[in-house]
Design a protein around this ligand. Structure first.
Ligand code: KG4
Ligand code: ZN
Length: 358
């Protein structure tokens, strides 16, 4: 039975990350090498470039995690957990091969983890600095909002997921990134839109909300189109098909960018918070868990916190650096996977379109 320290490796997208997590909750060490600067010039991730960067960084990141954890060699951990998917195949394989090698060399079990359950399990990690935090209680509702995924699940126990709803087009983070680009903001769009929106003075613009009836599904493509139209109108390039800040018309003023960013963020946040609150009420949740890169958004956190408070239940949301991709969350999920007896063989392969087991 696994009871203590696990080495976790995450390379599914554009962060090369390694962590040592104790008992599924305590972060002994967590190292993340971000490729944001590398992908900023293209405004998005180029898979080939990402995979090469993982190869460049995986060994230094592992060494840094080992040193920070005060570990002599990896035989001091009980298991090696690694993200098997979903994600970019070439990127996933770098982490998987490193994990396989270390598990084999040190005779430790290899535990495959779904990246999406990692985002959920970040809520179990104790905040760094030793602050006491509540462990999420079941049943709970978890909203995962990242660059590639947006979904709402009910959990009645560990590793037990029932899908309530998901995006039918873009992920929430993808919408932030695309609209950020339309507004001429730096990549990634999410944090840039949040910063721009905070400076908005005129708060009377309104973009549409896609409620999709009573369902827990989400849609952001209509909102993206509305944002594009508003940008074109502002720039006096109405009618022209534009996909970026470089196309026709005059540049947007800083105050217009702020107003549009605010209106867009409001629309996304209102739908996410309302549906999450409604789901929590309907399933009788004892907690709401929030995860994924977009959960780093302060307005979304605050709004869902309000919904949870109205229901008299806690909102458990990781620190912003644990919402975006990291390996500590893989260590938290890996701990429960390992306890449940999940093991991978030497044949473990990348699973780019792996779903959450529902
Ligand atoms: O979970 P994540 O790090 O990677 C994926 O698994 O996709 O999420 C990255 C996404 C990006 O789309 C980024 O724009 C968004 O999270 N994001 C934010 C914020 N910080 C990151 N979106 C809104 N507000 C933020 N503060
Ligand atoms: Zn992610």
């Amino acid at each position: 039975m696994i009871s203590g320290r696990i080495l976790a490796i995450e390379t599914s997208c554009d962060e090369t990350a390694a962590a040592v997590v104790d008992g599924g909750r305590e972060i002994v060490a967590s190292v993340v090498a971000s490729q944001v600067a590398l992908h900023a010039p293209t405004g998005g991730i180029v898979p080939e470039v990402a995979a090469r960067a993982h190869l460049r960084w995986i060994v230094p990141v592992l060494e840094e995690a080992r040193e920070r954890a005060g570990i002599r060699d990896w035989s001091e951990v009980e298991a090696v957990a690694v993200t098997e998917g979903p994600g970019l195949a070439g990127s996933l394989l770098v982490g998987i091969n490193a994990a396989k090698t270390l598990a084999w060399v040190h005779g430790r079990p290899l535990v495959p983890v779904n990246h999406l359950e990692g985002h959920i399990y970040a809520a179990w990690l104790r905040p760094e600095g030793g602050a006491e935090s509540r462990e999420p209680e079941f049943p709970l509702v978890a909203l995962v909002v990242s660059g590639g995924h947006t979904f709402l699940v009910e959990m009645r126990d560990h590793l037990d997921y029932r899908l309530l709803g998901q995006t039918i087009d873009d992920a929430a983070g993808e919408a932030f990134d695309k609209v950020g680009r339309l507004l001429g903001l730096p990549y990634p769009g999410g944090p840039a839109i949040m910063r721009a929106a905070a400076a908005a003075e005129q708060l009377d613009r309104r973009f549409p909300r896609a409620w999709l009836g009573d369902s827990y599904d989400f849609s952001f493509s209509g909102l993206k189109t509305a944002a594009r139209r508003a940008v074109e109108l502002e720039r006096g390039s109405n009618g022209k098909v534009s996909s970026g800040p470089s196309s026709g018309g005059s540049p947007l003023s800083e105050s217009t960018v702020a107003e549009l960013a605010w209106a867009f963020q409001e629309s996304v946040v209102e739908v996410l918070a309302t549906k999450t609150g409604r789901a929590a009420e309907r399933v009788g949740a004892r907690a709401i868990v929030l995860g994924g890169g977009v959960a780093a958004n302060a307005v979304l956190r605050e709004r869902i916190h309000g919904r949870a408070a109205a229901l008299g239940i806690p909102l458990i949301v990781p620190a912003p650096e644990l919402c975006t991709d990291n390996a500590a969350m893989i260590g938290a999920a890996g701990f429960h996977r390992a306890r449940a007896g999940t093991r991978a063989t030497a044949e473990l392969d990348a699973r780019p379109s792996l779903k959450l087991a529902v």
